[in-house]
Design a protein around this ligand. Structure first.
Ligand code: ATP
Length: 570
């Protein structure tokens, strides 16, 4: 594989180091120019000057000059759109990395395994696509960088630097390389996590979250494929593309269109725009239960179905909560008959010390979910068997989402060689498995419902026989925020098929080994293909359970971008 940018000259590691005057350490990024330590392109700068810079003892005019110098390393288009995020950082040159392999694909990025030619270290390069410099994607990238720069914790992925080139309109984020992600590991055949191992993963996840929350950062997309794990068993929270800063003392409205569907808390599904750490804690609760159950606990296909699954497992909100929350979609989604909470009986085979934590994290009221710190101090982590040491975790084969996909493809190819019929069966099996394990990421979930509703509208407008199946004209959809007539005032009745809640496959006798049949988190955000779309018949059944104008209204509310500065990711 070639350099990050093939056009640029490739020189040996030694030459590069010599010409840049750098030591083997990677470029260091700092919040202030005074603490810039090692900067590529400093060939002309002597050791003495570097150490003076390090101590920050320059008068302000000189510091300003350094700042300008450093900023000159950036392409002007990037300075113009993301100046804040890259301020006081110096870019690494693209030709100081050798691209080895593509290891992941996200909504707005490709991720590559690469070798740092200065240090020999293997890193992950996240190449941000700039879709013709579309301001939205640049803002998201800038926010991700700003957030990452604020964080410094062993359980949070570290942004080690930025790579750019004058010849290209792309930017690479340099991360330490992580061999696995939790979704991929859980989906690995033969991988069964024991109770101490699950505790070890959860402890690391909650420690990372504690750090983020203490620094005023909400991750807003906690799921298995965003929890990376290295060969030493260290878990790091990654993908801060949907993360945001928040201040609990000075609440600002934020978008509710975040968090991958299966891990999305009820308040976001109900349209909350004021929320806090509870959103990440809910997702952490889903992951804990999923690790113990061996499969996702609430794999909804639409937002309505997701909410229904939540209410059936966690109970529908109390009257008091409905009144207190003032959620935009509350009256529309309030079930006619309350659901009783049944976490304890559904998960009766889980280790008993896990139930209080699951109960807390999966509280309908976000205020009752507590904090990551409280969770870490709770019974789950303070009773035997304790969390194992990360270093004692088994060494797993590469198991990222992409590895699993490649393995599936290879298996299918092998089956193809052994006969046509088998090949067809095999392909089907892979597709079914693919579909079953995929959680719908935040923005696409909305797009998917919108698409289904649009199609449903077309079908029903064409064959409108009964009034109850007819949508109001689009301009009346939720125009005034309440239903059109008395018959529409009834709350939504959930007409969906019964939810699947896995009975536990957790075996407490065998020191808590979990039968790992599913994937934690499902694969990360990907472009949807037709085969991934939920069946139309299913959505129609769903929609039939709802009052037409309520659907138009509720969906309108759900799709409307809330007044967050950055808006939601497309
Ligand atoms: N530091 C890393 N080491 C190894 N692999 C990584 C690393 N960072 C990301 N990846 C891989 O690349 C994939 C996509 O990365 P990431 O989730 O950060 O991108 P994204 O564009 O934000 O994706 P998404 O749309 O899923 O949120 C991850 O699921 C993971 O498999």
């Amino acid at each position: 594989m070639g350099c990050v940018l093939g056009k640029e000259d490739r020189r040996s590691t030694r030459d590069l180091r010599r010409s840049s005057g750098q030591s083997a350490a990677a470029v260091t990024v700092a919040g202030d120019v005074s603490s810039v330590v090692k900067v590529e392109g400093e060939a002309a700068t002597g050791e003495r000057e570097r150490s003076r810079r390090h101590t920050g003892d320059f008068p302000e005019p000189e510091r300003r000059r350094f700042r300008t110098e450093i900023q000159q390393g950036w392409p002007s288009w990037l300075m113009a759109v993301a100046g804040d995020a890259i301020r006081d950082w110096t870019p690494r040159r693209a030709n100081t990395f050798e691209k080895l392999d593509k290891i992941g694909q996200g909504t707005y990025s490709n991720v590559y395994k690469a070798r740092d030619l200065l240090t020999g270290k293997i890193v992950a390069l996240k190449k941000v696509r700039f879709d013709n410099l579309e301001p939205e994607s640049v803002k998201f990238m800038a926010r991700e960088i700003l957030v990452l720069r604020k964080l410094d914790h062993p359980n949070v992925i570290k942004l080690e630097g930025l790579v750019t080139s004058r010849m290209s309109c792309s930017l690479y984020l340099v991360f330490e390389y992580m061999e696995h992600d939790l979704a991929g590991l859980a989906a690995c055949q033969g991988v069964k996590f024991t109770e101490p191992q699950i505790k070890c993963f959860m402890q690391q996840l909650l420690s990372g979250l504690e750090h983020c929350h203490n620094r005023g950062v909400l991750h807003r997309d906690i799921k298995g494929s965003n929890l990376l794990i290295d060969n030493e068993g260290i878990l790091k929270i990654a993908d801060f593309g949907l993360a945001t800063f928040y201040n609990p003392c000075h609440k600002q409205p934020m978008t509710s269109r975040v968090v991958t569907l299966w891990y999305r808390p009820p308040e976001l599904l109900l349209g909350a725009t004021y929320y806090g750490v509870g959103v990440d804690l809910w997702s952490a609760g889903c992951i804990l239960a999923e690790l113990l159950a061996g499969k996702p606990i609430m794999p909804g296909r639409t937002e309505v179905e997701q909410l229904h699954k939540i209410f059936k497992l966690c109970g529908s909100p109390s009257e008091e909560y409905w009144k207190k929350s003032k959620l935009p979609n509350a009256t529309l989604f309030k079930p006619q008959h309350p659901y009783k909470r049944c976490i304890a009986e559904t998960f009766k085979d889980f280790p008993s010390s896990s139930l209080p934590l699951i109960e807390t994290l999966l509280s309908i009221d976000p205020d009752e979910r507590g904090t990551a710190t409280a969770a870490l101090n709770g019974e789950f982590f303070t009773t035997e068997p304790y969390a194992c040491e990360a270093s004692s975790l088994p060494k797993y084969p590469p198991s990222k989402e992409l590895d699993v996909k490649l393995r599936d493809e290879e298996a299918r190819r092998q089956r193809g060689l052994s006969g046509k019929t088998n090949a067809v069966d095999g392909a089907k099996r892979v597709r079914v498995r693919d579909r079953a394990g995929r959680a719908i990421p935040a923005p696409e979930a909305n797009a998917e419902i919108q698409a289904n509703l649009d199609r449903w509208r077309v079908v029903n407008q064409a064959n409108a026989k009964s009034k109850s199946e007819k949508f109001p004209p689009p301009h009346q959809d939720g125009a005034v925020g309440h239903p059109h007539d008395a018959s529409h005032k009834a709350p939504v009745s959930f007409g969906a098929p019964d939810i699947f809640i896995s009975s536990s496959t957790f075996n407490t006798k065998s020191s808590g080994s979990a039968k790992s049949t599913g994937a934690v988190g499902g694969p990360s955000r990907r472009r949807r293909t037709n085969k991934d779309e939920p069946q139309m018949a299913h959505s129609r059944n769903f929609v039939r359970g709802l009052k037409p104008s309520s659907i138009g209204l509720s969906m309108n509310l759900l799709f409307k971008g809330k007044s967050e500065v950055l808006g939601s990711r497309k």
